[in-house]
Design a protein around this ligand. Structure first.
Ligand code: ACM
Ligand code: ZN
Length: 524
């Protein structure tokens, strides 16, 4: 008896706590708890109408999976029956929502369908702790407009189903941008109908590096894969339903050996080339002196634009050695004809020419911070990866910026200081706490310049990730930590409290079958 009473006093606060403090990630901007609770159970129905059909179905499926309950979706509320009402209503901020839970029912009001979807995500996370939901009012909206995650599907290839699972994680954390890295030296992954050799030749390599780069060991297993245009449409539609924009990255002028293996005439030397088996940076790049190169890339872009409605198209621009351009007659002629100072200005010419083309088609370019060298294209946005300097410089020039500094936004880096506790990674050390602490707006920017910081993103480069399960290990829960810095106002962030929520939240990751990194459970 005494033991039972003792247990009651130990366990009750835990249970009460589980019921009282919903573990939502990212933390909502405002949450007020009330007395009482709502019980999910028989008789419940969802009330929603067009354009919230997807949101309603999404919620219905989550309730069915969690509780085995069949919940009808109706366009009108049934009198005297408990309901979850989804509606669009003026709550003040784009993508924002209000979630009201009383003992009578649940109501999610979104500024738009995106806001309703965000409210549904919060509700779904709350439901993981059990069918008794505390009465509360949440008022919530995102801090930044670019809440991104990147995935390199070129160094290693991930199936459409795996990419969709990755998008599910983004959606859960209210991320809104999926940066899909589709072309590299080691593989071209997007079907382009006008240039079939890009995937017939460029999507396949005759071997891959094994172990760390420094070991210089290779297997000789043919490796590759690509997404058909139908695959791409299906991923873009899947993301759009979840209010996520897909930004494709088509790399130029560097990181282009796979394309040049297929079409060597667009290089400076004429080749021949093989799709790269090594990781790294390679000297053979697109020839900037040959007009045919631009025609080739513009034709590719025409097909890319037809597949991706994104306002921004990522053109890469990073890590382009200038060795070949220095020795190429065509490139040197271009430098003379255009009055350019050097090969850096030639790179700038290259990017500006592509920018003009994409602008003429109603799109904008974004590129890695090397596109600042030799002069930034007039309307280009910059993705700052070599630290934050590039982002600061671009914002000061009045260009939009996405912050993605290697430290701490590269999720291909180690998560534990003891590397023996980790699978082989490229290097670096970006543990969960460092990612959580990241503030996207650099102190160097004043209030006006800060407006140019659209947000930030986490990058998952996959040289060392052969399987999707390994991608999950590197991305989770760092993606959760980053999401809070992108969604929640900085003064509401609290790492210890985040860890408490994360401990409850992993029930959902377990339900989703995610292979997340568990160091945070043991290394407090
Ligand atoms: C990069 O990591 N090369 C953008
Ligand atoms: Zn050239």
């Amino acid at each position: 008896m005494i033991r039972t009473i003792f247990l009651f006093f130990i366990i009750w606060p835990l249970l009460a706590n589980a019921r009282q403090v919903p573990a939502i990630i990212p933390q909502p901007q405002s949450m007020e708890l009330h007395d009482g609770y709502f019980q999910i159970g028989e008789g419940l129905h969802i009330v929603a109408a067009d354009p919230l059909t997807f949101e309603a179905r999404f919620l219905k499926e989550k309730i069915e999976t969690a509780y085995g309950l069949e919940i009808p979706v109706l366009s009108k509320k049934k009198r005297a029956k408990p309901s979850i009402v989804l509606e669009i209503s003026d709550v003040g901020l784009a993508s924002g929502y209000q979630l009201h839970i009383t003992d009578q029912g649940i109501r999610i009001k979104g500024q738009d369908a995106t806001g309703v979807f965000h409210g549904v995500q919060s509700l779904v996370q709350m439901m993981a702790s059990g069918p008794e939901l505390p009465a509360l009012t949440i008022i919530d909206y995102p801090r930044f407009g670019w809440r991104g995650m990147h995935l390199d599907c070129a160094r290693h290839f991930f199936t459409v189903e795996e990419v969709k699972k990755y998008i599910d994680y983004l959606a859960m954390y209210k991320m809104n941008t999926f940066h899909w890295h589709l072309t590299e030296d080691q593989g071209w992954r997007i079907e382009i109908k006008q240039y079939p050799l890009l995937t017939e030749i460029g999507a396949w390599r005759d071997g891959s590096m094994i172990g760390h780069y420094r070991d210089q060991k290779f297997d000789s297993i043919r490796y590759g894969g690509f997404y058909t245009q139908e695959d791409i449409k299906s991923v873009v539609a899947y993301a759009a339903q979840r209010h996520i924009n897909v930004v494709p990255e088509i790399e130029m002028p560097g990181h282009s050996v796979a394309a040049l293996a297929a079409y060597p005439e667009f290089s400076c030397t004429g080749g021949p080339f093989e799709v790269e088996q090594r990781w790294g940076i390679f000297e053979d790049v697109y020839c900037a002196g040959n007009d045919a190169t631009f025609e080739f890339l513009e034709n590719i872009m025409d097909e890319v634009l037809a597949l991706f409605p994104s306002e921004y198209i990522h053109i890469g621009g990073d890590e382009c050695p200038k060795t070949r351009w220095k020795a190429c007659e065509k490139c040197q002629n271009r430098i003379k004809a255009e009055g350019l100072a050097d090969e850096h200005e030639l790179q700038s010419y290259f990017i500006q020419r592509m920018e003009k083309y994409l602008n003429s088609r109603g799109r904008k370019i974004i590129g890695w911070d090397e596109i600042l060298e030799g002069g930034l294209a007039p309307n280009a946005a910059v993705m700052s990866w070599r630290g934050i300097k590039g982002g600061i410089a671009a914002a000061k020039e009045g260009h939009y910026v996405v912050m993605s500094p290697g430290n701490p936004c590269y999720f291909d880096h180690y998560q534990h200081e003891n590397k023996d506790m980790e699978p082989v990674a490229i290097g670096g050390f970006n543990p969960l706490g460092k990612v959580y602490a990241y503030e996207p707006v650099p102190e160097e920017l004043d209030a006006t310049e800060s407006q140019f910081v659209m947000g930030a993103q986490g990058n998952v480069w996959t040289e060392y990730m052969k399987t999707f399960s390994h991608v999950e290990y590197m991305a989770l829960p760092r993606m959760a930590a980053l999401s809070e810095g992108l969604w929640t106002e900085a003064d509401l962030k609290d790492y210890d409290q985040f860890l408490d929520r994360l401990e409850l939240h992993v029930i959902i990751l377990d339900q989703m079958g995610a292979n997340y990194c568990r160091h945070f459970l043991t290394d407090k």
